[in-house]
Design a binder for this molecule. Structure first.
Ligand code: SF4
Length: 344
């Protein structure tokens, strides 16, 4: 007992020391630290801003810092580099990839486009800058239906790379001229309708929150619009909506369908309430490769710098700007009963 208490204290002290060193280095470098909601708790705690990919991109675009340390995955740092071409964007570990973004590359997309000349390409934000450059629109889970509805009804659409979001959008838009790329995020496999039914039966008083950011739970969105998940009492929420919801709700317990990293912030900001993951195994290994020593090294050595060639960045920016312009004016789901707010 005494030994383990000592070990816990030591680890906490080590974390606090590293966090202090990182903060001091960030001041020296005039750097801002951005962390995604799915990062390790201690990385979230050292960040200046914690949020979802679009929210972090917006922070990256408006910051006055010279250096952006992006504690997230590669495509997010690329998006920050596209939106802030004159800033130094650092990714602490280049292994921070994304299984969904790797499902399609620019060459594959060009070949797909060649099969359907005249089609409009809508890409989920979880794509490389090169794929965005080949796309007409980017979208988030929050505005995918709106983006698709803004395209003339007789125009064919190629939707990539998230097949669950694609199926959901196809169902809700009522269009049959959408072709869907068969990509998926591996984390969704930990959040299936069976897990959800089990958790809801174990916690019948709990509110059920869905956070479909990042492809990790677009499968739940799709299962709900297909009727496989009961929409009664469901809240579909963006990151900020999710963080605020517990304080607004009478419920004391919440089941959360998302990557488990967001539970840290929910618990920290709502200490009087209880949160249960739809499935504790829904964890993104790519998000967890970033550690405090790597953040410190990134600041010391100004590595790994993420850049996007100008020609690609200029085309990718167009698709991203269209995404931001259509961003979340309406609720993200047309499924009748659950309440929702614009997601990112
Ligand atoms: S949760 Fe899925 S979509 Fe998000 S970064 Fe991880 S692998 Fe990619």
């Amino acid at each position: 007992m005494g030994t383990s208490q000592t070990a816990v204290r030591t680890r906490e002290e080590q974390i606090a020391q590293l966090q202090g060193e990182i903060k001091a280095l960030a001041r020296e470098r005039n750097a801002v630290i951005l962390a995604h909601n799915y990062e390790r708790a201690e990385v979230q705690d050292v960040a200046d801003y914690v949020g979802d990919s679009l929210g972090l991109s917006r922070e990256a675009a408006k910051t006055s810092a010279d250096v952006i340390v992006f504690c997230g995955v590669h495509f997010m740092a690329e998006t920050a580099a596209v939106l802030s071409p004159h800033k130094t964007v650092l990714l602490p570990d280049l292994a921070a990839g994304c299984s969904l973004a790797s499902m399609i590359d620019a060459e594959q997309l060009r070949a797909w486009k060649a099969e359907y000349p005249g089609a409009v390409v809508v890409s989920y934000v979880n794509t490389t800058a090169e794929v965005k450059a080949e796309s007409d629109y980017c979208c988030t889970s929050g505005n995918a239906v709106e983006v698709v509805n803004s395209i003339p009804a007789d125009t064919e659409i190629l939707f990539c790379p998230d097949m669950f979001l694609g199926a959901h959008v196809k169902r809700l838009s009522g269009r049959d001229n959408i072709r869907i790329w068969m990509g998926e995020c591996h984390v969704h496999a930990g959040i299936d309708p069976e897990d959800i039914r089990l958790q809801r039966s174990l916690h019948p008083q709990a509110e059920f929150l869905i956070h479909p950011e990042c492809g990790c739970s677009t499968s739940v969105l799709e299962a709900m619009s297909a009727g496989d998940v009961d929409p009664e009492g469901v809240q579909i929420l963006s990151t900020e909506g999710m963080i605020k919801r517990p304080a607004l709700s009478d419920a004391d317990e919440f089941i959360v369908a998302t990557e488990v990293g967001i539970l840290h912030r929910l618990r920290r900001e709502n200490p009087g309430k209880r949160f249960f993951a739809a499935n504790e195994r829904a964890s993104c290994a790519y998000m967890k490769v970033t550690t405090l020593p790597k953040v410190k090294r990134a600041l010391e050595r100004l590595e790994h710098r993420i850049t996007v060639p100008r020609a690609i960045a200029d085309r990718a920016r167009l698709a991203i700007e269209r995404m931001v312009a259509i961003g979340g004016q309406h609720p993200m789901s047309a499924v009748p009963s659950p309440s929702s707010d614009p997601g990112e």
